[in-house]
Design a protein around this ligand. Structure first.
Ligand code: ZN
Length: 412
């Protein structure tokens, strides 16, 4: 698929800081330490609905990782998928009497616009499950041949399942208890009760064609892929094993990232799939969980339609730690808008105090597990001093403007 358009990233004066990031597998904040080419995979959308602020917050967090790597002189290979065939898409299309493919194309187009408006740097590879189908089919065949997968004992629908313990490392990514695994597997798209499976936690790799459902012909028989394998294969074939960061929302830690890693490790016999598994918290609305069932999703496109400046949305979402579960409120947006206006006024001044301390503070905070709340305060301190008439450094406003653009992605 065509990714969205990129934006230029200015150079920042001073000395970059290497990134330290929380890793779910080890439970530690530790150096990411990529090579000259930093490699990241972030799970993409299932395009049955518009981008809400929870999605936006996740993609903003990993956009900061991207930007810090660029500041440190790395080239970045960023890959993101689009789950353009899966149950939620088919269910929504059926409910709305829509064509699943048209629905997927429409929502993917809207997602691209939202990402552009928020100035999220695009992935180099933006890959739909449908376009990766030959790669996925090949991988299922390999897993079957190696014994890591089997056909369900069901002559009518001989779906192919992954033996969850095939690598002997199952659970290392999320570190969830057996009870939590059972619960989240059931809640998040798994099928523990499916007759014909060897074990409740075995995960679907290939769903044999059902009447009325789209399917793809293959040597496995006609069918369509399971979600976890899609991400394994798209990442593996572009980034190879041991890439630097696997990212997504915290609801992907299990089962999705656990199985994506297990599938890839079973396919290659290598470990680990990713060197860091990094998860962003959930965004609620006014203290409640934002969810489809509650009907309280706040969409980026709706805010754009209401002429909210996307840079104010960006600042509002960055004013909270990416790992924390947070709440979106009208006050948060008002504060983001006010901050954007103040920062804009300050960088438009002919001179200000030296930018060195603010830029160093910005880098220090961001490189410490993306501490955006305190990074914003480092800029606020310079802005406050500049607006109260302090300083005569004529290069400072431009230097702060460039640093805020490059590192926070906020164009003033
Ligand atoms: Zn994924």
């Amino acid at each position: 698929m065509q990714p969205w358009s990129s934006v230029s990233v200015p150079q920042v004066q001073g000395t970059p800081r290497p990134l330290r990031l929380h890793d779910t597998a080890t439970g530690e904040v530790r150096p990411v330490a990529p090579g000259p080419l930093a490699r990241m995979y972030v799970c993409g959308i299932t395009p049955y609905d518009a981008t809400h602020l929870g999605h936006a917050a996740t993609y903003l967090a990993f956009d900061l990782v991207h930007r810090i790597w660029l500041d440190n002189g790395h080239d970045v290979h960023y890959v993101q998928n689009v789950t353009d065939i899966d149950d939620p898409l088919l269910e929504r299309a059926e409910r709305d009497n829509d064509d699943w493919m048209v629905l997927g194309m429409r929502e993917t187009a809207l997602f691209r616009e939202d990402m552009e408006a928020l100035r999220v740097l695009p992935p180099q590879d933006f890959i739909g499950a449908v376009e990766a189908m030959p790669e996925i089919i090949e991988a299922v065949g390999k897993l079957l041949a190696s014994g890591a997968a089997y056909r369900a004992d069901d002559p009518e629908y001989p779906d192919i399942y992954y033996r969850h313990d095939a690598t002997g490392r199952f659970g290392y990514e999320s570190n969830y208890s057996a009870a939590d695994m059972d619960r989240f597997f059931a809640e998040r798209g798994g099928d523990p009760e499916r007759p014909g499976k060897e074990h409740p936690l075995d995960a679907l790799l290939w769903r044999a064609a059902r009447p009325g459902e789209p399917s793809w012909d293959s040597e496995l028989g006609p069918g369509r892929p399971g979600w976890h394998l899609e991400c394994s294969v798209i990442a593996l074939n572009r980034l190879r094993m041991g890439f630097d960061v696997q990212g997504g929302g915290s609801d992907l830690a299990f089962p999705h990232h656990e199985y994506s890693a297990a599938h890839a490790e079973a396919l290659t016999g290598q470990h680990p799939f990713a060197r860091h598994y990094c998860h962003a918290g959930m965004v609620g609305l006014d203290g409640e969980k934002m969810s489809k069932s509650k009907g309280n999703l706040v969409f980026v496109s709706r805010l754009r339609g209401d002429r909210v400046d996307p840079m104010a949305v960006r600042l509002a979402l960055l004013d909270g730690h990416y790992r924390a579960d947070r709440s979106w409120t009208a006050d948060a947006l008002t504060a983001g808008s006010a901050r954007l206006a103040r920062w804009g006024s300050a960088v438009a001044l002919p001179a200000g105090p030296s930018a060195d301390e603010a830029i160093a503070g910005l880098r220090d905070r961001l490189s410490d597990d993306l501490d955006t709340e305190r990074a914003l305060l480092a800029v606020d301190a310079w802005v406050d001093a500049a607006l109260s008439g302090g300083g005569s450094d004529e290069s400072a406003p431009g230097a702060v403007r460039d640093a805020v653009d490059a590192l926070l992605g906020v164009r003033l």
